[in-house]
Design a protein around this ligand. Structure first.
Ligand code: ZN
Length: 479
């Protein structure tokens, strides 16, 4: 049996931060005890002055493997996840071909098991509207469903096969088909017909700046799609999760739906919280994401949505592209592939927000770990530090600082970063552990290719030892 003891750390659990030693046996937390209480066992990790946090679970992650290795693969992008404190990623189904059949699903799982440095789950795409493939992908362990309400971007039809439900009737059928399953159904909510029309109205004009990009893809494109989704949730009773929320109106509609008791949840990404199109300046294609980064009115509403609990999760939407693909589109952002890389700094960005007082450390953990684990049925094995949970952990120095520098990034898309490099973050990520194994330590990936585990939704079992107490020693009284 492999035993590790993390001593002298400050453990973050629920709303509490308290000094404790953690004993890990074969990748699982077996004891949480008062510092210096009892014999130190196995390998010792001294976490003096550090916070011990559950690792982040990024519910929105792309690497597209095995297609386009020049954009990144399971190995490079999960090394980046390890560096960013992310111990589990949920990979979106955009690949070549898209993950919309059980055969593709199984191939991607096998590839991930060979290459991933951190745990990974796989989304299934149900938009072929084929009940057999949906059922088989669920049986194969799909973590959730992902669907675009937009059509495939020009020239990328193969990557999006089975991923798009463009018409309202297709969306309605899709919701009915997936209703028997409890898995979160994630939607990229932008109205395809409005997008087409706004593009046409722009008359083929070149798009040169992020502000122009936000103008040809205005807020109503997202809010109209969200309104339609909510109408269909109301009628079918099937819950939905809105990916990368970007608009004030979207926040309002989702808040209203939640007050009516409808099963609608939403995520936001750091890029929408931290930046506005005008403040980003001249980063051209390197700041292009869909939906676009907008203005401060929308940004303020997203922060409000977080504070009020309308937005339940922060996810990265890490989306690597090759430098050349971005660079060759400086002249016209319409042709730039949408997406930015960020997972190398994901947890540090969120913890910096906490250290600056935007929310508490405990709330940061809720937003990137506990709620994702609960929504996707990985809780209480993941998303919390307690006896019986997997030792997917991050050691974080709240007194340290981090100057973000893409030259240190693991992601293959590191050269594309124009958003985060140069930022001075409060705090410093010191170690990331996956199932008790250190995978990242002081700037270096020390994990193992293939060391990550495939994760699938767990049953509703209640784990033994989930008593809400600070120190947990299952052996107490027996020795
Ligand atoms: Zn995405």
């Amino acid at each position: 049996m492999k035993v590790t003891t993390i001593i002298n750390g400050n453990v973050v659990k629920d709303s509490q931060i308290f000094p404790a030693d953690l004993v890990i046996e074969d990748g699982v937390i077996s004891e949480i005890r008062q510092p210096s209480f009892g014999k130190k066992r196995g390998a010792i990790i001294d976490a003096a002055g550090l916070l011990v946090l559950p690792g982040a679970i990024d519910i929105h992650f792309h690497c597209r493997a095995p297609a386009y290795p020049e954009r990144g693969d399971f190995a490079t992008e999960t090394r980046a996840a390890a560096a960013g404190g992310v111990t589990t990623v949920f990979e979106m189904p955009i690949s070549k071909p898209g993950t919309s059949t059980v055969e593709v699903f199984e191939r991607r799982r096998a590839l991930g098991e060979l290459e991933a440095y951190v745990n990974f789950g796989l989304y299934a795409a149900p938009a072929r509207l084929n009940p057999w493939h949906i059922e088989k992908m669920v049986e194969a362990g799909a973590i959730g469903f992902k669907t675009f309400l937009t059509a495939a971007p020009e020239g990328r039809a193969d990557e999006f096969e089975g991923l798009c439900a463009v018409t309202d009737d297709a969306l309605y059928q899709l919701l009915e088909l997936i209703k028997p399953y409890e898995h979160p159904a994630v939607f990229h909510a932008e109205s395809n017909s409005l997008l087409d029309w706004f593009e046409k109205r722009a008359g083929g004009k070149r798009v040169r700046t992020l502000e122009e990009h936000a103008l040809v893809r205005p807020a109503v494109v997202e809010s109209a799609a969200i309104a339609m989704l909510i109408a269909l949730v109301m009628d079918t009773g099937r819950g939905v999760h809105v990916a990368h929320l970007s608009t004030a109106e979207g926040v309002a509609f989702i808040g209203d739906a939640q007050r009516r008791g409808l099963p609608v949840t939403a995520e936001v990404c750091p890029q929408y919280l931290l930046f506005t199109a005008s403040a980003l300046g001249d980063v051209g294609p390197f700041g292009k994401v869909n939906p676009p980064i907008r203005n401060s009115r929308h940004q303020d509403a997203l922060w409000m949505g977080l504070r009020e609990g309308i937005i339940n999760v922060i996810a990265s939407d890490h989306s690597p592209f090759a430098l050349a693909e971005k660079e060759e589109t400086w002249n016209d952002l319409r042709f730039a592939p949408p997406g930015i890389a960020s997972i190398d700094v994901f947890y540090p960005l969120i913890l910096d927000m906490a250290l600056r007082g935007r929310f508490s450390i405990a709330q940061a953990v809720q937003l990137v770990s506990t709620r994702p684990a609960m929504m996707y049925k990985l809780f209480p094995h993941k998303g919390i530090i307690q006896v019986g949970a997997d030792a997917d952990l991050v050691l974080f120095d709240p007194q340290g600082t981090t100057v973000v520098d893409r030259r240190n990034w693991q992601s293959r898309a590191a050269p594309c970063d124009r958003l985060f490099s140069g930022m001075e973050l409060r705090g410093r990520l010191r170690q990331t552990m996956v199932r008790g194994e250190v995978v990242f330590r002081d700037g270096e990936v020390v994990g193992r290719r293939g060391g990550g585990h495939f994760v699938r939704p767990q049953s509703d079992e209640v784990m033994e030892g989930t008593v809400p107490q600070v120190y947990e020693n299952p052996r107490a009284g027996s020795t």
